[in-house]
Ligand binder design. Structure first.
Ligand code: TYM
Length: 329
């Protein structure tokens, strides 16, 4: 059976991009595959969180995962730092990762731009740690959003390279996975690229209906089409992309036809999108509060997850140590 793995950095609350890019696929996969879903708290150290923020964010993201419907009985749900085997394999994988190729990674270049005062070595080797997360369970399918595709390609390269160096066929080459074929990129409401935590353009799973309506109503659009079938501006195209995710196909067609006939009223479309988002997220938001308050349950989930994840990780680490040549006397 295929092994599936995905994770999320605990740097704030989950937004619609996280949900529709990664978590939603996972909800279905957890009943069909051997699944691991984790909170990437080691990864979040690249931004130097305070100790209090670090722990609070892990708790928040865990409660949000569970509120989305991740099932700790079906999938192994764990916190990355609870599995020390990951750190050891990361050290070993670093020996086969070349500095030049890491410096050329698009995500590293982006980070250098975003946090020029904190270009730490962890940022440079971020793809190695991410590859380790995946390879430690020898996962083959990784449900992620489109932005993570370069990291998956690097992971496949490291798997191949390890196998070549040691003349083994040990690590499978994983692939980014989405049930709908194409990887998802949920756009922001500000007419820019993707919805993201650091972009400040997100709709969060914990946002209440009032906040959601306000955010959607202030989404960037334009003065309206002046000729039939006019090419859409980025803001309008983004609004349609979000509508496709949360509304019915009939509703999308209705507004597309209106657009193409130059009769669209963006205000009406935004109201519809806002209501559909609210209806989608309402049950999740209600569960988040409840689960977040139940520390006994959260502790039980992470303890159970750590045990199962360590069992799988230590098996891989033992094999890798042997392949590399660490032998008992
Ligand atoms: P992170 O925490 O930035 O995002 C978590 C997941 O959400 C997806 N995502 C999006 N998908 C579509 N549209 C968007 N606007 C959007 N924003 C975020 C991301 O693609 C991701 O799937 N490096 C990873 C965490 C990680 C990981 C791993 C993931 C660490 N190790 C191993 C998979 C496997 C990250 O920073 O994701």
């Amino acid at each position: 059976m295929d092994t599936v793995l995905s994770g999320i950095r605990p740097t704030g609350n989950l937004h619609m991009g996280n949900y529709f890019g990664a978590v939603k696929n996972f909800l279905k996969m957890q009943h069909e595959y051997n699944c691991f879903f984790f909170i990437a708290d080691l990864h979040s150290l690249t931004t130097h969180p305070t100790p209090t923020d670090l722990h609070d964010n892990v708790r928040k993201v865990l409660a949000e995962y569970l509120a989305c419907g991740l099932d700790p009985e079906a999938a192994t749900i764990y916190v990355q730092s609870d599995v020390p085997e990951i750190s050891e394999l990361y050290l070993l994988m670093n020996m086969n990762a070349y500095v030049g190729e890491l410096q050329r990674t698009t995500t590293f270049k982006e980070k250098m731009r975003k946090q020029p005062d904190n270009v730490n070595a962890g940022l440079l080797t971020y793809p190695v740690l991410m590859a380790t997360d995946i390879l430690i369970h020898r996962a083959t399918k990784v449900p992620v959003g489109k932005d993570q595709k370069p990291h998956l390609e690097i992971t496949a390269k490291y798997a191949r390279r390890f196998n070549q160096i040691y003349k083994v066929d040990y690590f499978p080459e994983p692939e980014a996975f989405n049930y709908g074929k194409d990887l998802v990129k949920v756009p922001g409401l500000d007419g820019s690229g993707k919805m993201g935590k650091s972009e400040g353009n997100g709709i969060y799973l914990i946002d209440d209906p009032k906040v959601i309506r306000k955010k959607v109503m202030s989404a960037v659009t334009d003065a309206g089409p002046t000729e039939p079938h006019q090419k859409m501006s980025d803001g309008v195209a983004n609004l349609f992309t979000i509508m496709k995710i949360v509304s019915t196909p009939d509703m999308v067609k209705f507004y597309k036809d209106k657009y193409n006939a130059c009769e669209i009223r963006y205000g009406d479309m935004k109201k519809q999108v806002a209501e559909d988002i609210v209806n989608y997220l309402n049950p999740i938001r209600e569960r988040i509060q409840e689960i977040y308050a139940d520390n006994d349950y959260l502790r039980k989930v992470v303890n159970m997850g750590a045990e199962k994840a360590r069992e799988s990780a230590s098996k891989t680490l033992k094999d890798v140590r042997e392949i590399i040549g660490f032998k008992p006397f």
